[in-house]
Design a protein around this ligand. Sequence first.
Ligand code: HEC
Ligand code: HEC
Length: 333
Amino acid sequence: MRRSVLAIVALISVGCTPDTPSGSLSPLDFDPVDIRDEPLQSLPAVPYQAPELVHLGGLLFHDVRLSADNSLSCHSCHNIAQGGADGRVVSVGIDGALGSINAPTVLNSGLNIAQFWDGRAPTLEDQVNGPLTHPSEMGSSWDDVVAKLSIDPAMVGAFDRALDGPVTPANIRTAIAAYERTLQTPNSPFDQWLQGDDSALTTAEQRGYTRFKELGCVACHQGRNVGGNMYQTFGVLADYFADRGDITPADLGRFAVTGDESDRFRFRVPSLRNVELTAPYFHDGSAPNLPSAIAIMAHYQLGRPLAERDVDDIAAFLRSLTGTLPSTDEYLQ
Ligand code: HEC
Ligand code: HEC
């Protein structure tokens, strides 16, 4: 009896001891335990997916053959080391074509309720079609992409190993989505604090988080992705679009999907994880830095001016949401 208890204890402790140092475990392969009961939670483990499939998706994500003139990959506009976005007000597609909207990050996007600012793609698989065929993004067609990849024996072999099938649009979508689901950024100072490490946040960061809750930012930016789980109007307490002027189709938000008048100017609330890396901000790229984005949010979403110190503290808190970025070494050689 005693021996079997010991054996169980030994098994459990083996199971709990990673054979690599915990800092190198990225993305997480186990769910962290939050000691604190907060409206924000740590990022969960990445769901298990076959390594061959994830690798194929990573290759495709970095492959310029997905664009009409072999000039752009997904990574061109979603640079992982730069926070999964492109640092521009609006994206630049093939032939220098200017897009109409700011590129959101791909990091942690698998945790969002839907993809795109207006949520028009329900899944990551559905999302891939958009950039691939959009004339001012990759400007390609599925026939072209399948033809280009199918004459590459290395690609055909990778599809066969990962999906036991040929290069098809559905298989491309499956692989890219699988890779994107691994693009989580665990171990941010804020997550370490949630998990019980009191010293993980500075006092300014803790003050900023307290203000973030007191002011009501957390009513919209909440949960494990600090956003991404609901649609909200941009301009709840003041008319952002009237003040900015020059309304474009990209400003219509969810209305473009549902045609429902109450969805005009409603957007999927963006995740604030790694937000310090993805300026400029908002769907129109109008806020050049975090302090200006925070002040605009306070004014238009909460109807209150913020003291400079509050802005600084909240910015400090938002910077504590930067986690470990996924490595792209195996795809960028
Ligand atoms: C020319 C730049 C560009 C390229 C290339 C590009 N994207 Fe994007 N991506 C964008 C922009 C801009 C948006 C926002 C569009 C919108 O919301 O209407 C976006 C949105 C997304 C989103 C939604 C994220 C979210 O939180 O809503 C995902 C996921 C994504 N892209 C993945 C990809 C993949 C996969 C590829 C390659 C097949 C790709 N992108 C190629 C610019 C680009
Ligand atoms: C009523 C819901 C709501 C509240 C409250 C709210 N936000 Fe937002 N937030 C949004 C929406 C919606 C957007 C996207 C707006 C757009 O670009 O169209 C957004 C965007 C942002 C962005 C830009 C993110 C990016 O990647 O572009 C930041 C930063 C931000 N909010 C911070 C805050 C802070 C700080 C507070 C509190 C002072 C706050 N928000 C309160 C709904 C809200």
